[in-house]
Ligand binder design. Structure first.
Ligand code: ADP
Ligand code: TRP
Length: 320
């Protein structure tokens, strides 16, 4: 089984990314051949500063390695080190019906947030399909917001296979329901673009402020709390430490126990959970040569796979 996923280097890693995508991806990597990459071509749809993009790429590399990616078992690479994906993306775009892209929710969301509707943003899902299909991935671990893009990939791959013969493996998304949409501090989906994230490797004081600022309902301290399924702090705690979350839920349901206590518990749990990763990241930063070497090795391995696939694709469509 092949597993592939990517993350854009367009901001700081947050706990939604970690629990929604990264942790499930690491677990899946134990069961097959994993390809995880840094989607820097995709980030060009929004990042307009070369220095910032280069730095973000290294930050994501550090994040993955600090959080537990094992580069001896996983092919870990920078997307732009496999430029064959842009060639495949072009070929796939010629088979992609426009309305399919017009229907993509993430494109509409990005425009609603004020991003300029450039052609790259519009064809983003086609490049994503190329990422997935070029390594013949069977499974794609992602958060729920990416489900539609995997459906698009399946449709494009099926259309290609119908026209040109069975070339592509049809992938499936892997989404963990319990963490598919981690809420942000304001209750909307946690996302860089909403400013409602709790960062993993950011300043502890900022994390404290964010956690203590999580929006709650206004049931008084003394009251036995009801409607706890809507409580954001509890939802986050459930993802990290389900046992602790049950304990907190019981205390809140009895009454005389406030949300402030719950948030302190969440913060302490987050800090404990990520402490070893924060430490590992601090060590890795001192050894950037190693990080660069990991990406170079990953590029060689990913290129070997991509070249074989592109030969098949070119032959199938009549190029060369
Ligand atoms: P953001 O929305 O913050 O820009 P990305 O689009 O870079 O996040 O997402 C990277 C990965 O993390 C994707 O697989 C995405 O589905 C997952 N992800 C992002 N936010 C969440 C969330 N709040 N809950 C679960 N998964 C998420
Ligand atoms: N679109 C994904 C995101 O914003 C990143 C991504 C690019 C990706 N290519 C991919 C994810 C291929 C999974 C598979 O998070």
């Amino acid at each position: 089984m092949r597993i592939l996923s990517g993350i854009q280097p367009s901001g700081k890693l947050h706990i939604g990314n970690y629990f929604g995508m990264m942790r499930p991806a690491f677990e899946l990597a134990q069961k097959g051949e994993a390809f995880y990459f840094i989607a820097d071509y995709h980030a060009l749809t929004s990042v307009r500063d070369a220095v910032e993009l280069r730095q973000n790429v290294l930050d994501v590399a550090l994040d993955f390695l600090a959080c537990g990616l094992d580069p001896t078992k996983t092919v870990f690479y920078r997307q732009s080190d496999v430029p064959q994906v842009t060639e495949l993306s072009w070929i796939l775009s010629c088979l992609t019906p426009l309305p399919m892209l017009e229907n993509c929710v993430s494109y509409k969301d990005k425009i609603a947030q004020g991003l300029t509707p450039n052609a790259g943003l519009f064809t983003y899902p086609v490049l994503q399909a190329a990422d997935i299909l070029i390594v013949q991935s069977n499974v794609v671990p992602v958060g729920k917001d990416q489900k539609q893009h995997i459906e698009v990939t399946r449709d494009i791959a099926s259309a290609f296979n119908r026209e040109f013969g069975e070339v592509f493996t049809i992938p499936e998304s892997s989404i963990r329901e319990a963490v598919a949409v981690m809420p942000g501090t304001d209750g909307r989906k946690m996302s860089k673009s909403y400013g409602n994230t709790v960062e993993i490797f950011g300043d502890e004081k900022v994390a404290k402020k964010k956690v203590m600022g999580i929006v709650t309902d206004c049931q008084p301290m003394e009251a036995p709390k009801t409607d706890l399924d809507k409580n954001i702090a509890l939802q986050l705690l459930r993802a990290i430490a389900p046992d602790k979350a049950s304990e907190q839920e019981a205390k809140l349901a009895v009454g005389g126990y406030g949300y402030g206590e719950l948030k302190k518990m969440l913060l302490a749990t987050l800090m404990d959970y990520f402490a070893p990763m924060r430490q590992k990241r601090a060590e890795l930063v001192k050894n950037m040569d190693y990080v660069e070497q990991v990406l170079r090795d990953g590029a060689v391995r990913a290129n070997a796979v991509a070249n074989v696939m592109m030969e098949k694709v070119r032959k199938a469509v009549g190029l060369r």
